[in-house]
Design a protein around this ligand. Sequence first.
Ligand code: AHM
Ligand code: MG
Length: 340
Amino acid sequence: MVAEEIGTTLSQHIIKTQKNFPQASGRFTRIFNELATCGKIISSYVRRAGIIDIAGKRGTTNIQGEEQAKLDVIAHNIFVNRILETGLVAGVLSEESDDIIEAEEEYSRNANYIIATDPLDGSSNIDVNVSVGTVFSLLRRKSPTGERCSKDDFLQPGSKQIAAGYILYGSSTIFTYASGDGVFCFTLDPTVGEYLLSHSKLRIAEEGNIYSVNEGNRKFWDQGDQQLLDYFQGNHKDNDEPYTGRYIGSLVTDVHRNLLKGGIYLYPRTTKNGKKDHGKLRLLYEANPLAFIIEQAGGVATDGQRRILDIMPQDIHQRVPLYIGSKREVDLAGKFTKVS
Ligand code: AHM
Ligand code: MG
């Protein structure tokens, strides 16, 4: 970061970058301001998770017989309501809702964007004070502005994303985004209530020495994935130097660490439920936005063979195996998964 960038706020930065696009209408800036606000509000809930009664499981009821909200449902409601009320977003696809949520007619007349989100990824970690995050993917709708949007609007490959980002609620709250001109991180300064630029045009190392994976699933993996793990652990004929294992179980946090330090995160397909699945992670609001960011930082993201951003989705909640991070390790993973 150069000296004159120090102290730059997220909104200053977005306004400045949007000035480079003569056709920019200010809509992008307004959506980003709202995303930033959602992050601040969700962050304030996350920070109080042990104090206020929001860590309960869904399915329990409060004294009025109402269902108790879990923090990921709270995050979903904050995110969806605020984003749709901008009048610029025609529909939101959220991990917390089976169907897409359309904007009310009064808000959708001029809305030409759509957003896919995991409002609180890794939320099973909340009860034990481990970092979680909000992930978002911004796309242009396919259907004409003014009409009702549908699931089909969301069935676009990740390469069509206009922007993507995540808000990480860790030891500090970090807003990271990419929109075609590199990756930028802004750290929320609680003393001024603003996100301040902390990493500019972030690049991921071409090779790293961290692997992040849930090794407990090993026996359910394809042979190639098991051999890849042997490679990382130094139990392979081509490599007797072990990597470092780091797995938080919170995708945003694991990917963020590897973005800064270099390495690979993987969630391979498994046979956990008796037949081969597609792993756990969702293409549209987990894999795509993170792949967009990692690629713009110089890294790679695949499903083992295909570039994540080239996959044409068939379903809004489609799952996909994910290998994401430094180029060397993800390319290497491709060699191992090919033989499976
Ligand atoms: P979630 O969206 O329900 O939180 O699930 C996604 C999370 C990721 O953050 C994390 O990397 C992964 O699930 C962990 O899964 P596992 O517990 O199987 O290792
Ligand atoms: Mg998730």
